[in-house]
Structures are given as C-alpha cells and as structure tokens.
Design a protein around this ligand. Sequence first.
Ligand SMILES: Nc1nc2c(ncn2[C@@H]2O[C@H](COP(=O)(O)OP(=O)(O)O)[C@@H](O)[C@H]2O)c(=O)[nH]1
Ligand SMILES: [Mg+2]
Length: 247
Amino acid sequence: MVVIALPAYNEAESLPVLLAAIRDAMTENQIEYRVLVVDDGSTDGTAKVAREIAVHMPIEVLEHAENRGLGETIRTGLLRAIECAGDRDIIVTMDSDNTHTPGLIARMVRGIREGSDVVIASRFRPGARVLGVPLYRRVLSGAGSLVFRLAYPTSGVRDFTCGFRAYRAEALKRGFARYGDDFVAEHGFSCMVDILLKLHRAGCIITEVPLILRYDLKFGVSKMLVLRTIRDTLRLLVTRRLGLDSR
Ligand SMILES: Nc1nc2c(ncn2[C@@H]2O[C@H](COP(=O)(O)OP(=O)(O)O)[C@@H](O)[C@H]2O)c(=O)[nH]1
Ligand SMILES: [Mg+2]
C-alpha cells in the first residue's frame, strides 16, 4: 500500500483537482493507496473540502487547530502514516498545490521496490522540467542544490528541498525510533533537508527520478517564506557540517 501524506495550508481550491488526479493515477497503476490530508489550521475550508471528497476516496483528514508550519505538518502526516503502514509499505509526501504530478508515484514506488529507501522527485536530473517558476526561485533552488552538493555530498541526491518524495515505511519508522519527534526538528520548509540528512546518516539508499514541476498549474501564491527558508536552511547546513549537533 502507498500512503500519500499531503500537507495543506489553505489549499481548498487545489485539493479537488489534486485528489482526483491521485485517484486516477493510483487506479491506472493498480496501486492500493490511502491519502492523509493534514490541514494546518487553514482558514479557507481546506479540511471541509477534503472531508467531502473522502466520501468517494480513501482519505483521512487530520487537523491542526492552528497554523504550525510545514515541519510540524509533515511530522503529523508521517507519524500517522507509519501507524497505518506495514514495513513494506511506501509513504509519499507531495505539495497540495497541484504542481506535483501523481503519475510519477508509480515510478517512485518502483524505485523503492528496486532497492531504494528514499526516492526524490528531482528538478535536477536529465529529463526534469520546471514550468512557470519565477526566475528568482529557480536561481534559489539551483543555488541550494549546488551549496548542498558541495557542502554535504550525499550520494544520489541533487534535490535536497523538493517536497515530493517516496520513503520505505520501515526507513521512516527507524528514523522516528532513533530521533523521536526530533526526526522532524525544523519548523519551516527546511524540514525537507532535515529529514534527508538524518536518513542519509542512518545509511539509507537515496535515489532520484526526474520531476516535471508544473508550477504553471499552481493554485494561489507560494506560501514559502523565502528569506526565512534561506536562513533556516543555511543554519541547518552549518550546524550539521560542523557537527554541532551530536546526532
Ligand atoms: N502545514 C503547512 N503547510 C504549508 C504551510 N505553508 C505551505 N504549506 C504547504 O506546503 C506545501 C508547499 O507550499 P507551496 O506554497 O506549494 O510552496 P512552493 O511550492 O515552494 O511555492 C503546500 O502543500 C502547502 O499547502 C504552512 O504554514 N503550514
Ligand atoms: Mg508547491
């Protein structure tokens, strides 16, 4: 089974489109699945929309009473996902803004079955395409990739920050067993790097498949706080690189 955890903050508009695309992709590929929508204190009825669609689809809705940020939302989703998942199952995270194509999940699942513990949908592999992303964001993610590849060479990884990933459930279970809630210690968008560096340290095999990022189909504006994400990510990089955290 594949458990798809969707962090969602004010995504009432995009969820119906994304969830229908997930259902189609899973049906086409005959993949047994369930979706966990984690509503992070949205004010636009995100949870209500998700519950309505749950009548037709295997969806569970989790709710934070108030907005707590992407890190805690990912943590809530992953913790629930490892509860539902057996060791052989696969846990996928993706953005809820309709920019990540669920059709790629089948390939990511195959990557796990072929021996990876983590498969990243990557903007930096041959065949990847990035549509509709503003230039400054492309420069930023390119620079992020370069800095991490130089400072923290991680076999198989070029895209450290993308939110679209598949994990072997057993690898995430080991991560939470080792670090507890601190497995996802970062509160903001830097949580994606945080998780990856910890899984790498735990000896996970990480590979990538090319992503076609459809930012041109995005509903609403980006919720990433650019300066805060740069600051958090650099701090994380320096702390890890200098070994200031012992784990
Ligand atoms: N839980 C939570 N999720 C958020 C928050 N901000 C953004 N998200 C979600 O994180 C994902 C990434 O945000 P998005 O706006 O797509 O960022 P971008 O793709 O980098 O421009 C989406 O699924 C959002 O709904 C937040 O404050 N809390
Ligand atoms: Mg997005």
